[in-house]
Write a protein that binds this ligand. Structure first.
Ligand SMILES: Nc1ncnc2c1ncn2[C@@H]1O[C@H](COP(=O)(O)OP(=O)(O)OP(=O)(O)O)[C@@H](O)[C@H]1O
Ligand SMILES: [Mg+2]
Length: 340
């Protein structure tokens, strides 16, 4: 059963009279209880995609088109997010979708005790609840904070980065969301703490059936906890399938390059330095394939084949059962510098 269907989503930013395409032609579906990872380098459109799911991008400058369908199970028809009225939108944001952002300072107020902040979140989302303090303790326990009864009196700065992140997850859980979106929840933390937080998210999914979107640069992280992956590049989805398919038999040259930047799956690598050049910004996206200019496969092609990459946007196609890719030359691959 799908929780969310995204159809042909595009997000443009109107800047100085120009329309900059941050995300284009993005379609995907998330099943209930699934963990979906959005992966790609900085600037690929992961965060704006996540924010658009609850219409949290200020508009203008953002112009969002396409369809976002949220199957909340309460009504027969799905909620069509891009058409919701303000009141329905508040409900969606308040109860059904919750975010955990990378920076604790965005979500945690330094001058209030963490217990009060979580209590506030509970009051906002579940005003009918009487005993908020025991709910706070329950939530803190759920996210693995030791001695929650005393911890409720701590200020954020009295906690480690990992503990702060657990508090943010507890706050997100206060509304019992159907969908939790964790936008790079761990990059500021060291590797051991990172994997503990991801393990926690996975546990929460296993125990509550919550659906999770996790945003990350790190394909290693994905292999440990996600079910499905969407690889994004310069505002396009370039590959999507189960974690197993994407990691063991990637199709798109960008995915292959990302994987080669993770020397050992399971060990985190922050710098994807093996891909030459940078992700173009929306004002400089190539006309055809957006990976043009950085693609090893393209470099090895004939002049004619290459010109297709340069001039035509590749179509999003199911190349193998359940395995989607956006590449004109998905059937070809480069093994040790030789085209096959
Ligand atoms: N308010 C805005 N106005 C104009 N352009 C924007 C705005 N917000 C984001 N963008 C652009 O949209 C593109 C996608 O940005 P986004 O933040 O989604 O990338 P990301 O994949 O999350 O990167 P990172 O990994 O660094 O977080 C970028 O080119 C960014 O400059
Ligand atoms: Mg981001």
């Amino acid at each position: 059963m799908a929780l969310l269907d995204v159809e042909n989503l595009s997000i443009d930013f109107g800047v100085d009279g120009r329309k900059l395409p941050a995300v284009s032609e993005l379609s995907f579906s998330i099943g209930k209880g699934e963990i979906l990872a959005l992966v790609g380098e900085s600037g690929c459109g992961k965060s704006v995609t996540c924010l658009s799911l609850a219409r949290l991008l200020p508009s203008p400058p953002a112009i969002i088109n396409g369809k976002i369908l949220f199957h909340d199970g309460n009504s027969r028809d799905p909620l069509e997010v891009l058409k919701l009225k303000p009141r329905e939108l508040r409900k969606l944001r308040g109860g059904k979708i919750a975010y955990v952002f990378q920076e604790p300072s965005v979500s945690l107020n330094p001058v209030f005790r963490i217990g009060n902040q979580i209590e506030e979140a509970i009051r906002l989302h579940r005003p009918e609840l009487r005993d908020t303090e025991s709910e706070v303790i329950k939530l803190l326990k759920q996210v693995g904070i030791p001695a929650p009864e005393t911890r409720i009196n701590s200020y954020p700065h009295e906690m480690s980065g990992g503990m702060q992140q657990r508090v943010m997850i507890a706050m997100a859980l206060a509304s019992s969301p159907d969908l939790l979106i964790a936008d790079e929840p761990t990059t500021a933390l060291d590797v051991t703490i990172q994997s503990q937080i991801l393990e926690l998210l996975k546990e929460l999914r296993d125990n509550t059936g919550m659906t999770i979107i996790i945003v990350t640069h790190n394909l290693g992280i994905v292999s440990e906890m996600a079910d499905n992956v969407i690889v994004m590049y310069a505002g396009h989805s370039v590959e999507s399938s189960s974690v197993k398919n994407v990691i063991s038999s990637p199709i798109h040259p960008y995915t292959k390059a990302l994987l080669s930047a993770v020397p050992e799956i399971g060990k985190s690598v922050e710098n994807l330095c093996s891909i030459r050049g940078n992700v173009p910004t929306p004002s400089e996206f190539p006309r055809g394939c957006r990976f043009f200019g950085r693609c090893d496969l393209c470099d090895a092609l004939s002049h004619e084949e290459k010109s297709l990459c340069e001039t035509d946007v590749p179509v999003w196609r199911e190349e193998r059962p359940g395995h989607f890719c956006r590449c004109h030359h998905a059937g070809k691959s480069l093994e040790k510098g030789t085209l096959s």
